[in-house]
Design a protein around this ligand. Structure first.
Ligand code: HEC
Length: 478
């Protein structure tokens, strides 16, 4: 996974060179070489590494260009939009070979990306000609899992600070942990009492009815507190739960989602909750619910052509900004849902978006490692802010100020001005960051990611206040 993200960085470089006006030579087919070898080519040792290095960034996990998943042997054999990409025994007839060999368009990987070497191409062809055999041993790779995540994958994907700054909520795997900020103590785990072993397809009925210590069946992808701090919303695969933040009980269950819900935002008056998500390469999903009744009040269809990663109400709640894997930032009018404007400029997935306090500017952050500032009225890009050197996964405006915070795969949290000045950095993390929350006065910052640890900082001076580790599941049952 991390390897994959760092590739995004590499992918950005050639694009830059082109932008600077360098002439690119016409594309030549990859040289064909013969391998003098009779031993079997092994998928897991020899083929998979090529796919991981040169293809996975666009063809695995939640990105499946051409509807082709190269993240697993099964996906590779299944093929994509145009059917099977591999014909076992016949490399010359395999679409994948033609595309990567650059004898048929569209060339893969696309222009600007590092092509296969002649040796890699030869290896791939030989493997196909030997029958495209499956790997001998099945190896699990971390990915989005619907039926409960494996026990050892506990990245923090969501962090939320209660507006009174007393509690911080963090999601790890399919659990939600609530900590008291001042003491750093874990005070509660949110549990969905409906989750029992019987509800998750037990093998031979073993342990049936036993409670599962989880908030959702699948990974909790997003968290947000309502402005009054009374409700905590959590998003997961095809589900959002509204929790009573004081009691830790379920108040509402919102369903009817096509896929994961990865973005949540409460309106400033606290009456509405906007959700973003959707299946990769299908339509992005944008829905707005009435918080009190749990009813769907607005659905924006066909707003994006891919997963929506970020969603944000304008300061007056009259507009909604969204951003998605389709590289667009868009703005819709509320409550009509009418499309107002699209902003194009990111060269990779746009992962989050927010509004300046006056509602005039938008800031967006992407998998292309940059932040972009947009003028809403003029509909144009004002500037690109560099600094992070990996994907920027979250962007949060700090209360009513013109400052905003970002977190990134480069393990840092940063504070910025709209003019692009980097005000402060928060370090100490040892892995990719996915989740970020900042109190409205900017004095408290919480961030978490792949490591599974939530770090709480003093936002005024960058000092690390607390490192919140996963609680022992047994000890915290209340
Ligand atoms: C930078 C992103 C990117 C990278 C890297 C990339 N691809 Fe693609 N790939 C795409 C896109 C986009 C499409 C869809 C093209 C279209 O249909 O217009 C695609 C389509 C394909 C298809 C056709 C699927 C179908 O059925 O339509 C194949 C096969 C393929 N890619 C193989 C590969 C292989 C093998 C690699 C690595 C050697 C690779 N790609 C690397 C972006 C990428």
């Amino acid at each position: 996974m991390r390897l994959l993200f760092s590739l995004v960085l590499l992918a950005g470089l050639p694009a830059l060179a082109n932008a600077q006006g360098k002439k690119t030579k016409p594309v030549q087919p990859i040289a064909v070489i013969e391998l003098k070898r009779t031993t079997p080519v092994l998928y897991d040792k020899e083929i998979e590494p090529i796919l991981v290095h040169k293809c996975a960034v666009c063809h695995s996990d939640n990105i499946k260009e051409g509807k082709l998943d190269l993240g697993s042997y099964e996906g590779l054999m299944k093929g994509g939009k145009h059917g099977a990409a591999i014909v076992p025994g016949k490399s010359a007839d395999s679409l994948l070979v033609k595309l990567v060999g650059r004898t048929e368009k569209k060339f893969m990987p696309p222009k600007g990306e590092e092509p296969l070497t002649p040796e890699e191409l030869a290896l791939l062809k030989l493997w196909i000609d030997q029958g495209a055999k499956a790997p001998a041993t099945k190896r699990e790779r971390p990915k989005v899992i619907v039926v409960g995540p494996p026990a050892d994958v506990h990245p923090v994907l969501g962090v939320a600070l209660r507006p009174d700054k007393k509690y911080v909520a963090a999601s790890r795997g399919n659990q939600i942990h609530i900590y008291e900020v001042a003491s750093g103590k874990h005070v509660r785990m949110l549990l969905d009492p409906q989750l029992t072993v019987s509800s998750t397809s037990p093998k031979n009925g073993e342990g049936k009815g036993k409670a599962i210590q989880a908030a959702h069946l699948s990974l909790v992808e997003s968290l947000a507190y309502s402005p009054d701090g009374k409700t905590l919303a959590s998003g997961a695969f095809q589900e959002v739960v509204l929790w009573d933040a004081d009691k830790g009980t379920i108040r509402q269950r919102l369903t009817g989602f096509a896929d994961r819900v990865v973005a949540l935002d409460f309106s400033h008056d606290g009456k509405l909750l906007a959700t973003g998500g959707g299946a990769p390469t299908a339509d992005g999903e944008i829905k707005i619910f009435d918080v009190a009744s749990g009813k769907l009040v607005v659905e924006i269809k066909n707003g994006h052509s891919d997963t929506v990663f970020g969603i944000s109400f304008s300061p007056d709640d009259k507009k909604l900004a969204t951003c998605a894997a389709d590289k667009f930032v868009k703005v819709f009018e509320l409550p009509s849902g009418k499309f107002l404007k699209a902003f194009e400029g990111h060269t990779h997935h746009v992962l989050d978006v927010g509004w300046s306090a006056d509602g005039k500017l938008l800031a967006s952050a992407g998998a292309d490692n940059v932040i972009k500032i947009w003028d809403f009225d003029k509909g144009e890009q004002l500037r690109t802010i560099n600094g992070h050197n990996k994907q920027i996964t979250r962007l949060v405006f700090i209360g009513k100020s013109d400052q905003f915070a970002t977190c990134s795969g480069d393990q840092t949290v940063r504070f910025w001005n709209l003019n692009g000045a980097n005000i402060r950095n928060f370090g100490g993390n040892a892995d990719f960051l996915y989740a970020l929350a900042v109190s409205s006065d900017g004095t408290l910052v919480a961030a978490g990611g792949q490591e599974g640890i939530v770090r709480v900082y003093n936002g005024s001076n960058g000092q690390l206040l607390k490192s919140l580790e996963p609680p022992d599941a047994q000890a915290v049952r209340k």
